[in-house]
Design a protein around this ligand. Structure first.
Ligand SMILES: *[C@@H]1O[C@H](CO)[C@@H](O)[C@H](O)[C@H]1NC(C)=O
Ligand SMILES: *[C@@H]1O[C@H](CO)[C@@H](O)[C@H](O)[C@H]1NC(C)=O
Length: 472
């Protein structure tokens, strides 16, 4: 009986959905982009009542998942992997998808000269600094569909949640999609947010920046419909105070929340990243003929420096200090030839900038000592970037904690060891980040996954935090 009744209901529901779908697809037949998003109608906007209970924060997580799946199809590699490179055709289509969702959420959309996209919901006191949230949608080759995307589509859903609940913002709310958080195309990470935060240095560097096809940054940007004129880059810079807070929702990209069964990570600090390029050069020679005392082996110098990096990192005495040699190339790379050139790229991070800088200095000292001892030339020691860390703002932390506890969600304070656009937004705005668990901490690969429930929790905490800070 119960079975029959529920299958009857299921059939009824199914019929309802068919009709609903038919109506919508007729309506949007002319526009293929809108058509693929026909499910995005959400609940009716109820402007008449105020949210007197947080239980009114209803996240449409099915639709959110559908949008994440749809966005992932704008990819230059086959599913389930995602590859979306800055200013490529797929990037342009994905951007259009995001702008459409912003429009459907009733946000007014603006783009700047490099393609940072802003969707604004004007508050009733619009002259006060807006409360902003956002992340990125570019994806490194063969990665997954949640990194960054949860913080863009989830932010738009957070706006929908607030609209459905009847909320009226006092300070305006703004969703930002940042251009090129990943360094894939031009070797520069967080390109959009660095510029927003006013990096003159980057604006200057972009004049001479080309990708590996020798396409200049400005040619690539104008291909995608953005600025060709390098003089106009300073229009991207935002003044300090334009935002009264910035919050980014993101998958943890680490295993802690999942392992401990905790729903929400309240990020208190983002570690300070730095990267270094090193080249050693020796004489090379025949692997049999040149005797050991007569060698100056660039490969062994690189190997010794790699171990020195580990040693200096461990000497800091803090688990927060990390160092990685992710690239070590030898030339000519033949089994019977002594390496004449070695190239290393070193990544080192810490939440304490001075401690990280000591590590960099020690690495430099070691590189010089090794070069002297082994008779190889240290032909390059280039610090590519050396960014300070960012601390979350205490008022934003408080709002995030309050939001999580009012929603009865478990949370813990944690450090973001990966960096994000928030690292740079912190230069112009009080900042905070919300982490949600992801499967086994996987990220930057197709297995990346976050559950519907975890995303819904993250969107709820974000919506509630935005509401609190907007009314604050
Ligand atoms: C890259 O393009 C510039 C300007 O078009 C040109 O002068 C230069 O020779 C090119 N370099 C390579 C390696 O093709
Ligand atoms: C949180 O738990 C309390 C106590 O059990 C309950 O009264 C409240 O409604 C819950 N709040 C939400 C948002 O679920």
């Amino acid at each position: 009986m119960g079975f029959k009744l529920s299958s009857f209901l299921a059939t009824l529901l199914f019929i309802c959905f068919i009709n609903y779908d038919t109506v919508l697809s007729n309506k949007f037949e002319q526009d293929p982009v809108t058509k693929t998003m026909h499910d995005f109608s959400g609940f009716p906007i109820q402007e008449t009542h105020l949210p007197n209970s947080l239980s009114l924060l209803s996240v449409d997580s099915q639709t959110l998942q559908k949008q994440i799946d749809e966005l992932s199809t704008f990819s230059d590699s086959p599913a389930p992997s995602v590859t979306r490179i800055l200013y490529s055709d797929m990037d342009v289509l994905a951007r259009r998808y995001v702008k459409n969702l912003m429009g459907l959420a009733g946000l007014s959309v603006r783009e700047d000269a490099v393609g940072n996209i802003f969707g604004r919901w004007e508050g009733y006191e619009p002259e006060i600094g807006a409360v902003a949230t956002g992340s990125h949608i570019d994806a490194i080759p063969y990665s997954g569909k949640y990194d960054g995307v949860v913080g863009v589509l989830g932010a738009i859903e957070a706006i929908n949640v607030l609209k459905r609940s009847g909320f009226k913002p006092k300070k305006s709310l703004e969703v930002i999609m940042f251009t090129s958080e990943e360094p894939t195309r031009f070797g520069i990470s967080c390109l959009g947010s660095r510029l927003l935060a006013g990096s003159e240095e980057l604006a200057k560097a972009l004049r001479n920046t080309v990708d590996n096809q020798n396409t200049s940054f400005f040619d690539a940007a104008s291909f995608a419909g953005y600025e060709k004129d390098e003089e106009k880059l300073s229009s991207v810079f935002l003044d300090k105070g334009i935002y009264s807070a910035f919050i980014e929702l993101h998958i943890e990209q680490g295993p802690i929340l999942e392992k401990e069964g905790i729903s929400i990570g309240v990020v208190t600090a983002i570690a300070a990243p730095a990267s270094i390029k090193v080249d050693f050069e020796g004489n090379g020679g025949h692997a049999g003929a040149v005797l050991m005392p007569d060698r100056n082996d660039a490969g062994l110098a690189a190997a010794e420096l790699a171990l020195a990096v580990e040693k200096h990192v461990l000497e800091s005495g803090s688990v927060d200090t990390v160092g990685t040699i992710g690239i070590m190339d030898l030339h000519p790379r033949a089994i019977n030839s002594i390496p004449s050139k070695a190239h290393l790229e070193i990544d080192t991070r810490d939440i304490e900038e001075s401690r990280r800088n000591i590590v960099i200095e020690k690495i430099h000292q070691s590189a010089m000592a090794i070069s002297k001892k082994r008779g190889v030339k240290l032909s390059e020691f280039q610090i590519v970037n050396q960014d300070p860390p960012a601390l979350s703002d205490s008022s934003v932390i408080k709002a995030m904690e309050l939001a999580a506890s009012e929603l009865n969600l478990t949370y813990k304070k944690m450090i973001s060891r990966a960096y994000h656009d928030s690292l740079f937004m912190a230069r112009i705005s009080p900042m905070g980040m919300i982490f949600i668990p992801c499967y086994k901490g996987y990220s930057h690969k197709p297995e990346e996954f976050a559950s519907l429930d975890d995303m819904a929790n993250g969107v709820k905490v974000l919506a509630s935090t935005l509401a609190k800070l907007s009314l604050h």
